[in-house]
Design a protein around this ligand. Structure first.
Ligand SMILES: *[C@@H]1O[C@H](CO)[C@@H](O)[C@H](O)[C@H]1NC(C)=O
Ligand SMILES: *[C@@H]1O[C@H](CO)[C@@H](O)[C@H](O)[C@H]1NC(C)=O
Ligand SMILES: *[C@@H]1O[C@H](CO)[C@@H](O)[C@H](O)[C@H]1NC(C)=O
Ligand SMILES: *[C@@H]1O[C@H](CO)[C@@H](O)[C@H](O)[C@H]1NC(C)=O
Ligand SMILES: *[C@@H]1O[C@H](CO)[C@@H](O)[C@H](O)[C@H]1NC(C)=O
Length: 384
């Protein structure tokens, strides 16, 4: 709750709290408390299931364990990054965001292995610095040994200080990985601890439960879907990018279509937003009656909370099939001190990129399977 108050004071609440989806790695407290902090690999474990837990109605936060003795971190599982990173004990005192989060201390882990190669990324969206290290990562049942990750020594305060997550696990293709390092899921495959080279996301926004879905690494869980899967080939094996046929907004009796010659879209499990080119995003926000409020922040379009459930449905046509999101689910609610804000998930890309990003506002209604071997994504409607 503290971070929430701080956010309001800074006026950056929507961006810092809702710019990410943080996942909860289910973690068995009984085991942790009995001192068995390093996971023992169960015999013939063929996948791992990670429960997601909700926070503040539309947030997802989580824990993963790293090193020996194992230390807990909250992590984002991100389909738009191949690398994994954690804040480092080596960051300077004035690195507020690093100080605020749980930090990895290699001196305190007996399974740490040095790498030391430098890492730096700096662009319009993010600025990160650090160096590579190697240690064991623990899931509820499986251990991913010798995972190379980035120890972050610098991260931008504005966009990360109040994130619930400490770090990130990258689930994008290895072609994006730094210096030919092996990404987390590829390591699971190489270490032969999973049966199928597939991971799946199921998310929900059911307000009656704190359970918010799950992530399966190494298998599928189709118990939550009500349609057959539609399979879409990944068109570029960097991000999980697919071809989108069209976007349709139905307002009353009228239909408005966008990217009618098709466009590319990547599935983004790290963000709630649906990001697209500015001109189209503005038109869609117009059509759903979203008003621009905060000029300086990503989530600047607000809708009227009294009518949020009756706004136009938005249809993404993928593989010739309609995938329609309803405003009841795509509008984000934020309640604080009895005030509620209702936000549009449609966010302008802050680069010239024409590639769309379909984040949580889309994934709340659709279960997705990421099939590395076949290079395809399966999508099906989730049971609500
Ligand atoms: C695990 O797999 C091995 C080899 O396939 C088999 O011999 C063994 O019985 C299995 N153990 C369990 C507990 O299923
Ligand atoms: C991890 O690294 C250690 C030391 O280099 C090695 O002994 C061990 O076999 C490695 N484990 C795996 C699963 O690669
Ligand atoms: C799912 O696919 C099966 C086999 O192709 C078909 O018989 C069934 O009607 C499909 N179900 C739906 C809901 O489309
Ligand atoms: C939609 O179309 C029907 C029949 O064509 C008409 O009666 C109705 O008034 C229209 N509604 C709106 C909101 O335009
Ligand atoms: C897909 O959605 C659009 C817009 O609502 C609609 O016009 C079209 O008939 C739908 N197609 C199918 C196959 O349901």
């Amino acid at each position: 709750m503290q971070s929430f108050i701080l956010c309001l004071f800074f006026g950056i609440f929507p961006i810092c709290i809702h710019s990410r989806i943080v996942l909860d790695i289910y973690h068995d407290n009984s085991k942790a408390n009995s001192g068995v902090s390093e996971n023992v690999q169960t015999p013939n474990q063929t996948y791992d299931e990670i429960s997601l837990t909700k926070y503040l109605n539309s947030e997802y936060y989580g824990l993963i364990k790293v090193g020996k003795p194992a230390k807990e971190f909250k992590v984002i599982f991100d389909t738009t990054w191949a690398d994994s990173w954690l804040p480092s004990e080596h960051c300077a005192l004035y690195e507020l965001s690093c100080m605020w989060h749980t930090r990895y201390d290699s001196k305190k882990s007996s399974t740490y292995k040095e790498d030391g190669r430098k890492f730096e990324i700096s662009n319009d969206e993010i600025s990160l610095k650090g160096f590579l290290s190697v240690d064991d990562f623990h899931l509820p049942h499986l251990k991913v040994a010798n995972q190379t990750f980035i120890e972050i020594t610098h991260m931008p305060v504005m966009s990360t200080l109040l994130d619930k997550a400490d770090g990130l696990i990258g689930l994008a293709f290895s072609s994006l990985a730094i210096d030919g390092t092996i990404p987390f899921f590829y390591n699971m495959i190489q270490q032969n601890i999973i049966k199928e080279n597939i991971f799946t996301f199921y998310m929900n926004r059911d307000p009656t439960t704190s359970k918010a879905g799950n992530l399966i690494l190494g298998g599928t869980d189709r118990s939550h879907i009500k349609t057959n899967l539609t399979y879409l080939p990944v068109i570029e094996k960097k991000y999980w990018t697919i071809r989108m046929d069209k976007i349709i907004v139905d307002v009353g009796n009228k239909s408005f279509s966008f990217c009618t010659n098709g466009c590319n879209a990547m599935i983004d499990t790290s963000s709630n937003a649906i990001v697209g080119p500015g001109n189209i995003i503005e038109k869609i926000n117009d059509l759903i009656g979203a008003k621009s409020v905060w000029k300086f922040f990503a989530y600047k379009y607000m809708v009227d909370c009294r009518t949020f459930a009756k706004l136009p449905p938005i249809t993404f046509v993928l593989g010739g099939k309609n995938f329609t999101i309803q405003s009841k689910y795509y509008v984000q609610h934020m309640t604080a001190f009895s005030a509620t804000l209702c936000l549009s998930p449609f966010v302008r890309s802050n680069t010239d990129s024409k590639v769309w990003q379909l984040g949580g506002a889309f994934l709340m209604q659709f279960y997705t399977e990421y099939d590395l071997d076949r290079g395809r994504i399966g999508i099906a409607e989730t049971l609500m």
